[in-house]
Design a protein around this ligand. Structure first.
Ligand code: SF4
Length: 373
């Protein structure tokens, strides 16, 4: 496919597939800190009226994650007896045995959380990566023939876990810059960079820029101290900017060097398995469409991922797409159940050798989320 418009505004969401190519083609990431991501997993529940407390908001940080791993949850009671529950894990985590999906299930068993689901039933499931790097991880926003908007660039306010307003503002700035470029007959909408720097969006992201990297450097407790100092002492105007030392695919320890994690078995009431979760994500891929999950070097699935990390993709994928079969017979082989994919893009980000390429599947197959997901 060719895009022949004079200007194209790319708003593909986190880890955009075309954007990824543009980063290389126009060297857009030069001078920027590595982008860092989180995987967000979400469930929508319908609960009995006696369980529902409309307007209740609950945010957590820490448990069940260890103090070296960044993550937390949100839970909202809203609408007609609905509860939205989401869990985010920073993809810079180090333990290859960690499963974001199982951590999400486990948090529901905490005494302060489990009552929110009492007597209820889960009605929807989904997962998606989010860009967590913040201001210092933003790429150059413009290139000859277009510009970037929304989470494909990385305009998320991480401490607030909010990006819709930022996506809208960056889209408005992009549209104005394209109009200005058209009026001047220029291919590159260069006005966008200055317009962004002068906007409230830049001010908002600058004020929180040091919070996420603090957790990446010093873990939960050091990160909280850093966040408190940055917010309440410097009020977001500290005379330094913390960067990120590694991309998320570079942080995993080898499997032998990390403690395995034992997760409780799903009871089908509060905790669930991946297959039943994918079923309610309303995703469907036509069986004869080209595979959208491709290995650049198929041999590395075993030679590198299995041997060194015991195939972390079988744990970080929230849809059970990746499976190792034949290990017990001494002939491990990676099986890719691509039809299960819920398009979160975590494998494209976290694969240690960047060997997995998530390509855009044919459209129309979902996930089709109900309102509130
Ligand atoms: S295959 Fe990749 S993109 Fe699809 S659900 Fe699994 S981790 Fe996400």
């Amino acid at each position: 496919m060719e895009l022949r418009a004079r200007h194209t505004i790319l708003a593909e969401g986190c880890r955009g597939s075309i954007t990824k190519k543009l980063f290389d083609a126009f060297d857009l990431r030069r001078g920027a800190a590595p982008q860092t991501y989180g995987i967000g997993i979400k469930e929508l529940w319908e609960v009995p009226a006696e369980t529902h407390r409309k307007g209740l908001v609950l945010h957590t940080i820490g448990w069940p994650l260890d103090s070296a791993t960044y993550g937390g949850s949100f839970l909202y009671h809203w609408g007609e007896n609905l509860v939205s529950y989401g869990f985010v894990v920073g993809l810079d985590y180090r333990n290859p045995w960690l499963s974001p999906f199982e951590e999400m299930q486990r948090l529901k068993t905490h005494p302060a959380v489990r009552g929110n689901f009492k007597g209820g039933r889960r009605i929807a499931y989904g997962a998606r990566a989010i860009s967590e790097g913040g201001l210092q991880s933003l790429p150059k926003l413009t290139f000859p023939g277009g510009c970037l908007a929304g989470d494909t660039a990385g305009f998320l306010n991480v401490p607030k876990i909010k990006g819709t307003h930022a996506a809208m503002k960056s889209g408005m700035l992009a549209a104005e810059a394209v109009l200005a470029a058209r009026a001047l007959g220029e291919a590159e909408p260069v006005a966008l960079t200055e317009a962004f720097r002068g906007s409230w969006l830049h001010e908002e992201l600058a004020a929180v820029r040091n919070i996420r990297p603090g957790f990446a450097r010093w873990g939960l407790w050091g990160g909280l101290v850093n966040a408190a100092i940055d917010t309440y002492v410097f009020r977001g105007k500290a005379p330094w900017t913390l960067g990120y030392k590694h991309a998320d695919n570079e942080t995993l320890l080898e499997a032998d060097a990390a403690p395995p994690i034992a997760y409780p078995k799903p009871d089908g009431v509060l905790g669930f398995d991946r297959n039943s979760s994918v079923f309610i994500s309303n995703t469907n891929h036509a069986e004869n469409q080209p595979a959208h999950l491709r290995l650049r070097e198929p041999d590395k699935a075993i030679a590198r991922n299995w041997i060194s990390f015991r195939s972390p993709e079988t744990r970080y994928c929230p849809a059970g797409v990746y499976e190792i079969v034949g290990a017990e017979e001494g002939k491990p082989r990676l099986q890719i159940n691509a039809q299960n994919c819920v398009h979160c893009k975590t494998c494209d980000i976290k694969d240690p050798g960047q060997n997995i390429d998530w390509c855009t599947p044919e459209g129309g197959g979902g996930p089709n989320y109900p309102a509130g997901m």
